[in-house]
Design a protein around this ligand. Structure first.
Ligand code: DOR
Length: 444
């Protein structure tokens, strides 16, 4: 008797740990059940994927979805809608909400709010502070926790651990890999007077590459002292990347599509305050250095750092305008465009967006197309040319720095645990997001 599946994705090119080739995928009970020639099998639903590439589901390990407290910018529903419209199957969300996600109740509240209300799967970071340090070892083990996030330099919100003693205390108590916003707070304070009112081009002058390098050096030194693993978020400077390549024993590295795509001064001249991010987008030398780190394998993952603010907020005169731009929906198309012009291979993209996150964070049963794994897929048309427009952006913020940019390569489908959630730009299922599970805390 022929095998039967819930879903068969037929005739697509599967890109995976074992290379790239034409294969059918059979899904049963939300997991991959067969990979190969399924021409004799039957299924409840068969989807013709000829001409499309099937990638392991893209996991965006850095987004800010603003709920609770800042939901005029975004909420878990709109942020995750933006994610699945862009081919993203799971997100790790940041703790600078209001109230801050710094305790068990706030984390449990987010998990409850996300369950079957978010469109993609999810986990949440807990913010590390001087006050909750003693509780972090317990907090990082709670269900739905992606780990601890520490702001070493102040950005949006009030989370901050500026001193080495505070950092060391945190690294001593935790066991999982923690994530860091590495900008040196004393240097940011000292240089704040270099901001020129009304001129966002002065943003990377104020928050310079030395601020990033100094914080990253302090972090790595403290990681060596304490034997901790650290994840350096949004690496933005060539010096930081060159330093990190010598410290891969303790440090993993994230960079972002905007640090790979935009450059100063052009982005500030074209986009004004919309180009503001912390750490900032810097000049062509830094951008080239980040690409080198990506090609050499120093970079482990890509995160969008989706950080929505309303256009009214962004329209304030610099430096009163907040830093942050949307990104979860444009990560896949922007990076596929880089693939199409030959800056990275499709396999390296997969490594950075699914295998990489799974390896660093120890995600249970996600991150590759293999029998037994969650059937999460990002389905892309590599040849499709599209112009990105604000009107496509499902985020409540409703804008993108790439408005008007034409790319080649487009996400046409999002499959999460065997359910087609987005197809050809339309939402095709009710919200069924669930928490991601981690190998180090499976019992939680
Ligand atoms: O530019 C940024 N915006 N960087 C951050 O670290 C925080 C983020 C936000 O939450 O707005």
């Amino acid at each position: 008797m022929a095998d039967t599946y819930d879903l068969i994705l037929k005739g697509g090119t599967v890109v995976n740990h074992d290379g790239e080739g034409s294969r059918d995928l059979g899904v049963r009970a939300g997991r991959f059940a067969a990979i190969g020639d399924l021409s004799r099998a039957s299924a409840g639903e068969v989807v013709d994927c000829r001409g499309l590439h099937l990638l392991p589901g893209v996991i965006d390990t850095q987004v800010h979805f603003r709920e609770p407290g800042l939901t005029h910018k975004e909420d878990l529903e709109t942020g995750s809608l933006s994610a699945v419209m862009g081919g993203v199957t799971a997100v790790f969300e940041m703790p600078n909400t209001d109230p801050l996600t710094i305790g068990a109740a706030a984390l449990a509240d987010k998990v409850k709010r996300g369950h079957h209300r978010m469109h993609c799967d999810f986990a949440f970071f807990v913010g590390g502070t001087a006050d909750n340090t003693k509780d972090l070892a317990e907090l990082e083990r709670l269900p739905g926790c992606a780990g601890i996030k520490v702001f070493m330099g102040s950005s949006t919100g009030s989370l901050l651990v500026a001193d080495d003693a505070g950092l060391r205390a945190i690294l001593k108590v935790i066991r999982r890999r923690a994530s860091f916003h590495a900008e040196d707070e004393p240097r940011l304070t000292e240089r704040k007077n270099l901001c020129i009112e009304g001129d966002p081009r002065s943003h990377p002058v104020w928050r310079d590459e030395i601020a990033a390098l100094k914080a990253t050096q302090r972090l790595v030194r403290t990681a060596h002292e304490t034997g901790a693993r650290v994840h350096v978020l949004h690496v933005s400077a060539v010096q930081e990347m060159e330093f990190l390549r010598d410290h891969k024993d303790v440090a993993s590295v994230e960079t972002t599509p905007h640090h790979l795509t935009l450059e100063a001064p052009d982005c500030y001249e074209r986009l004004g305050t919309r180009a503001l991010m912390n750490p900032p987008v810097r000049d062509a030398v830094h951008r080239a250095g980040i690409w080198r780190g990506l090609i050499d394998g120093v970079v482990d993952v890509l995160g969008s750092d989706h950080a929505p603010h309303t256009l009214a907020e962004k329209a304030k005169t610099y430096p009163a305008s907040p830093s942050g731009m949307t990104g979860v929906q444009t990560l896949v198309p922007i990076m596929l465009d880089h693939v199409n012009v030959g800056r990275l291979s499709l396999m390296r993209f997969v490594d950075l967006t699914s295998a990489g996150p799974a390896r660093l964070f120890g995600i249970a049963a996600k991150g590759r197309i293999a029998v037994g794994y969650d059937a999460d897929l990002t389905v892309v048309d590599l040849k499709r040319r599209e112009t990105i427009a604000n009107a496509q952006i499902a985020s409540r913020a409703g804008w993108t720095p790439y408005d008007g940019v034409t790319v080649t390569g487009w996400p046409v489908g999002t499959v999460i645990r065997g359910q087609r959630v987005m197809w050809e730009g339309s939402l095709t299922a009710a919200a069924r997001g669930e928490r991601v599970r981690f190998l180090e805390t499976l019992a939680s």
